[in-house]
Design a protein around this ligand. Structure first.
Ligand code: 2AM
Ligand code: CA
Length: 272
């Protein structure tokens, strides 16, 4: 399917902005990260594993403010500050820090994720990982890159040929996690969990992981990465069904040669 070309929208300006803003926000994140002992960490709701710090909130405010200045007509959805104008043609979907639990515990797997939906479709993505000097970015119809290197998904045809990213969290869906791991191992597969859905999605696009399954994910964790996966030749499940943009859903992205096998190992809960 040919990608729609949005001649009437300035996608060049939005793509450039997504990349530079992700890099700037990631540097802000690094300033907090180097002084993380001083951060007050709060828990979201009743899940003691779901954490947030002043860094998440300040970085989101920075990104949101800049986007409102540059593209006042665009909508916005962020993990920490909620949404505005979701009916706009262009809606930014951002996570100021994806991998917050890693961030507050001094583990280097976190990033800033900035995605753009155009007419409801993932169109632009920028994921900045300042600990590894990697900026993953892509735009519908124009390819996906890490820094200047093009991304391509793995050529694997069986789960035993590479690593599969996984993740789960407490409030919903964790009962599907162990059964999946058992089946993956029985097939000779192997799993890895790095704590950042955006980075694991980018790693699928880069062919570093053959696939990535999360029992439940939020849209701000994956929207930017979905652009990269599509542009790099990967496949995803129907993540946006049942109001997935706002509520989240089970999530699978993979190289085309292993997508079906992974979906079968997960079973019907993937698209329930
Ligand atoms: P976060 O760091 O932005 O919270 C890791 O498996 C992934 O799970 C991360 O992308 C993490 O995002 C996400 N995650 C953590 N808590 C979550 C929750 N309550 N709902 C959905 N995803 C969550
Ligand atoms: Ca976050």
């Amino acid at each position: 399917m040919n990608a729609p070309i949005h001649h009437d929208l300035d996608l060049d300006a939005r793509y450039a902005c997504a990349r530079s803003l992700a890099l700037e926000a990631a540097q802000l994140g690094m300033n907090f990260y180097r002084q993380r002992e001083a951060l007050t960490v709060e828990h979201k709701g009743s899940d003691r594993q779901d954490v947030v710090s002043v860094a998440d909130k300040q970085i989101e405010a920075f990104i949101r403010g800049r986007l409102a200045e540059c593209f006042p007509e665009d909508g916005f959805l962020g993990e920490e500050s909620g949404s505005a104008d979701l009916r706009a043609r262009c809606v930014w979907v951002i996570d100021p820090i994806d991998g917050t639990a890693c961030f507050v515990n001094g583990l280097h797997n976190w990033c800033v994720s900035i995605g753009l939906l155009v007419d409801g479709q993932p169109c632009i993505g920028a994921i900045a990982d300042p600990n590894h000097d990697e900026l993953f970015h892509g735009c519908q119809g124009r390819g996906a890159y890490v820094n200047d290197t093009p991304l391509k998904v793995s050529t694997a045809t069986h789960v035993s040929e590479g690593l599969t990213g996984v993740g789960t969290f407490h409030p919903r869906g964790k009962e599907h996690f162990i059964p999946f791991l058992q089946k993956l191992l029985a097939e000779g597969g192997m799993f890895i969990r790095n704590g950042s859905g955006a980075l694991m999605t980018a790693y699928v696009a880069a062919g570093r992981l053959i696939g990535y399954y999360e029992t439940e994910l939020k849209s701000w964790d994956c929207l930017a990465g979905l652009v990269l996966v599509a542009e790099a030749g990967g496949v995803r499940n129907d993540f946006f069904r049942n109001d997935g943009l706002l509520r989240g859903n089970p999530y699978l992205v993979a190289a085309p040669g292993v997508y079906r096998q992974l979906a079968e190992l997960i079973g019907p809960s993937l698209d329930a």
